[in-house]
Structures are given as structure tokens and as C-alpha cells.
Design a binder for this molecule. Structure first.
Ligand code: M6R
Length: 464
């Protein structure tokens, strides 16, 4: 096995049983996740911790080119050069119930409903209220270097990329840093001139996304300070980054990311608070920021309580084939995320645009068979969003609006309205995303789709 693996190119996560040696499994990894579970008189191997927790909470994360021989009595580890290696065992800090549906029809629905907790857990122990600041222990060692950066590049894929896009708006609003966001898969093609004070922030739920991992390694090679916001403890990206923050969102099983996204956003807000308080945000503003954030879990609960109404709206639109999602400013990344959710689990075509772009092309698509999901909370871009909605109406396009509670004007221009509680505009994305997740879920349900494991998709994308 060792000799064969020395010849192998590319990534792998392997389990091999030799004919006639059924008491022994040889496992090996490069690039793909592989975790051992150490039980009492039994040893397991899996690509994800959630497969192990019903058997044991003691796990060992293997690293690239580790080869382990498992027997009922235990395991031993070598690298490809046949030297013994040691990987410290760790204990999984969440329970099996977190990896079960607990009465929900799907993991996705359960995870949508766990979002108030996901926000609270991301904040727990990370707020110093009297001083109006955030404390992110995982960044302590690099805080001065981070505060001194002159450029921040956020890299990620899929939903995590949209968390990064929102991060740019939020960080630029509250701090003086210059923030860029890039798809991890494109980052490596850029001829980036890294200055010494460049920091890179990777966002990944799984911590195993190969494109993000490759981008992290590239940024390290170029000398950047590389940070992570990662949910899965001990994952590749968590280990490769210089410092980082864990989400503590618990396992996310549904392929369509929901609670991890809201948790990523929460940490981006905490990071913003941390950096802003070292710049131009005063203590009172910091405390107000915290109050807004702390109010979010209860506001999300209020949106979840409208699940039946959102289901009714979804049922009405489930037979349409194409959707346009539009938003501006803080809600533009949420429009992108909402469209991705619908695509992933209902297999319907949905595209998202910054509403200001409509007149540059997409408005040509609008007709009575092309509904638009418009994110129109009462914020600084409200009037402009209203103009966009009127343009859609003028072309007989059906309009669904996500609007602020108490906004009665919106009924005059919308076919259907879903309400979110009022909040400071900086924080509206933490609310507006929730109805879009529920809308996608119920459309997929009405269409009889495989919600937790949509076709052609994997939870962790460990291939290029
Ligand atoms: O594990 P990661 O956050 O790195 O995953 C990135 C994307 O693959 C992921 O967000 C994907 O887009 C989800 N299926 C979205 O729901």
C-alpha cells in the first residue's frame, strides 16, 4: 500500500481491505478528509465526524500522506516514508442529537430553525458589553498584525463567498480597511501583488473545500497573514490558517448551507466590531452595535413563526421555471444567496442581480412568467428598490417582496409580501436571508425534490 501510494498523483481518501485479512483496514488520505473514531475495542474511519459521533466522540484527524492500519485492538500510523507519526486525539464537543433530524422532515428545515441558536452560539463569550467590543480569542495572537493590515482579501466559495461579499460591505461601512472578495477558485489565477501588510480571510463551513484550501496555501506562500472562519474543528483549512475563529454552529448536514451562513455572517459582524473599535467606532456605538446583534435571534424566531405563510407563497410560485432575485447594498449578497438556495434544491433557474443592474440587461427577461423576489427592507436604498419594483410591475412581472414589518406601502406594488422585523440597515441581511431559505425549501418540497441531498452536489467539495 505504501509503495503504491508513493506512485499516486492527485487527491484521495482511501480504505483498503486485503483479501483474507478482514480484521484489518488500511486507510490513507491526501487532500480529502479522513478521520478515525477510537471506540472501545473498535476503530472507525469516516470522511466526516457526523458519521462517527453515534459510535464514539474520540477522534483523530489524519493529515496528508498519513497511512493508518486499523484493527479492533487499535491503530498505528505512518507516513509514506514509513516513519511513525503521531496525531493527537481530540474529543468531539457536540452530541449525536445534533446530527439527527429530531422530528423535522429534513435536515435543512431543522438547520433553518436552528439559526437563532447559531447566531447566539457564534456570539457566546465573544462580547464585552460594557466596553462595546468583541473578543475573538482565536485572533488574539495576531490582533496587532491584523489591525495594522492595509488590505484584506476574503476568499471562499458558494454560500461562503456570499458571506464574504456581505463582509466587504459591512467592514467597509464600519472601518477604514480596504476589502476585496474573491472566489477561491479564481483567486489562484490572479497575479496578485501582495504587499507585506496583506491579510487573507478564508471562509468555509466544512474547512475542506479544495479550492479554498489551495487559495489559503497560495496566500501563505506569498507571505500574507491568513485567517479562517471555519465551522468544522480540526479541518484542513482550520489547520492551514495562521489563526481563526470557529463558528460553533454544530454539524450542518443538509447540502444547502443555512445555519452555517448566518453563523459566518455573525462572525463577520464581530470581526467588524473588533476592528472598528480600534479605529473610528466609539464605545457607545460599539454598545449599540452589540444591542442590534443580540436582538437578532429573537427577530429570526419571529420570521420562523411565519413558516406557514411562506409555505403558502412558495406553493403559489412552485410551478414557475425562472426567478429573478434583486437587492441593493447589504441585501445584494442576500439576493445572490437566495437564488443559490432555490437553484440547489429545487433545480429551478434563479438568477440574482444588484437591482441597479436591471436596466443593463436582465429587465429584458421580465414577463408574466418570470417572478421577481425583491429584497426591500426600509433602508437607505428603499426608494431606489421601489423604482425597480415599479419597472418590473410595468412589464407585468409577478413580484414577491421581503419587506419590513409595518411597511403598508409595499402592498400596493407587490403580489405577495413576506415581512421581517425592523432593524438597523447594517443588520437586515441576518433577517432577510431567512424567508429566502424557507421559500426555497418549500418550493423544493412542493416539487418533490431531494432536499437534503440534491442531485449532482456534495456537502464538502474536495475536488477542483
Ligand atoms: O464548506 P464550504 O463553506 O467551503 O463550502 C462552500 C460551498 O461549496 C458551499 O457553500 C455550497 O455552495 C453550498 N452547497 C451552498 O448551499
Amino acid at each position: 500500500m505504501l509503495a503504491a501510494l508513493r506512485e499516486v498523483r492527485g487527491t484521495f481518501g482511501l480504505g483498503v481491505v486485503a483479501k483474507g485479512k478482514t480484521e484489518q483496514i488500511v486507510v490513507a488520505r491526501r487532500g480529502s478528509p479522513l478521520i478515525l473514531g477510537i471506540g472501545d475495542g473498535e476503530v472507525f474511519a469516516a470522511s466526516d465526524v457526523s458519521a462517527l459521533v453515534s459510535h464514539t466522540k474520540n477522534v483523530v484527524y489524519l493529515q496528508d500522506d498519513d497511512v493508518a492500519v486499523l484493527t479492533p485492538k487499535g491503530y498505528h500510523l505512518r507516513n509514506l516514508e514509513e516513519s511513525k507519526v503521531f496525531r493527537a486525539p481530540t474529543t468531539v464537543d457536540w452530541d449525536i442529537s445534533a446530527a439527527e433530524k429530531q422530528g423535522y422532515a429534513h435536515f435543512m428545515l431543522k438547520e433553518i430553525h436552528e439559526q437563532p441558536d447559531a447566531v447566539a452560539n457564534a456570539m457566546r463569550g465573544r462580547i464585552i458589553e460594557p466596553e462595546g467590543i468583541a473578543k475573538l480569542g482565536g485572533l488574539d495572537a495576531v490582533l496587532d498584525r491584523l489591525a495594522d493590515m492595509d488590505r484584506l482579501i476574503i476568499i471562499s466559495c458558494g454560500t461562503s463567498y456570499y458571506a464574504g461579499l456581505l463582509g466587504r460591505y459591512v467592514l467597509e461601512t464600519a472601518t477604514d480597511y480596504s476589502v476585496e472578495v474573491d472566489l477561491a477558485s479564481e483567486f489562484r489565477y490572479r497575479k496578485l501583488n501582495f504587499r507585506p501588510k496583506t491579510a487573507v480571510l478564508a471562509i468555509s463551513q466544512s474547512g475542506e473545500t479544495l479550492d479554498t484550501l489551495a487559495a489559503v496555501q497560495e496566500a501563505k506562500r506569498k507571505g500574507a497573514l491568513v485567517l479562517g472562519i471555519v465551522n468544522v474543528v480540526g479541518s484542513n483549512i482550520a489547520r492551514e490558517t495562521h489563526a481563526g475563529v470557529y463558528n460553533h454552529a454544530g454539524p450542518e448536514i443538509g447540502v444547502a448551507s443555512t445555519k452555517a451562513f448566518i453563523s459566518q455572517l455573525t462572525i463577520v459582524y464581530l470581526l467588524t466590531l473588533l476592528l472598528a473599535r480600534r479605529q473610528r467606532m466609539d464605545v457607545n456605538e460599539g454598545r449599540q452595535f452589540i444591542r442590534e446583534l443580540e436582538a437578532i435571534p429573537e427577530k429570526i424566531q419571529r420570521i420562523l413563526a411565519q413558516a406557514d405563510q411562506i409555505h403558502a407563497v412558495a406553493k403559489k410560485y412552485a410551478q414557475f421555471s425562472n426567478f429573478l432575485y434583486v437587492g441593493r447594498k447589504f441585501n445584494y449578497p442576500i439576493a445572490l444567496e437566495g437564488a443559490l438556495k432555490l437553484k440547489e434544491i429545487s433545480y429551478l433557474h434563479a438568477e440574482a442581480y444588484a437591482a441597479g443592474e436591471m436596466k443593463h440587461g436582465p429587465i429584458a427577461l421580465i414577463d408574466p412568467n418570470f417572478p421577481s423576489m425583491c429584497l426591500v427592507p426600509r433602508d437607505s436604498s428603499y426608494e431606489k428598490m421601489v423604482s425597480n419594483i415599479q419597472e418590473i410591475r410595468a412589464r407585468s412581472g409577478p413580484v414577491i417582496c421581503v419587506a419590513t414589518e409595518g411597511d403598508r406601502d409595499i402592498y400596493r406594488m407587490a403580489d405577495d409580501v413576506i415581512h421581517v422585523p425592523a432593524s438597523d440597515e447594517l443588520f437586515t441581511p441576518l433577517l432577510t436571508v431567512v424567508p429566502l431559505q424557507l421559500f426555497a425549501y418549500y418550493v423544493a418540497l412542493e416539487r418533490g425534490c431531494e432536499i437534503d441531498q440534491p442531485r449532482n452536489l456534495a456537502k464538502s467539495v474536495t475536488v477542483e
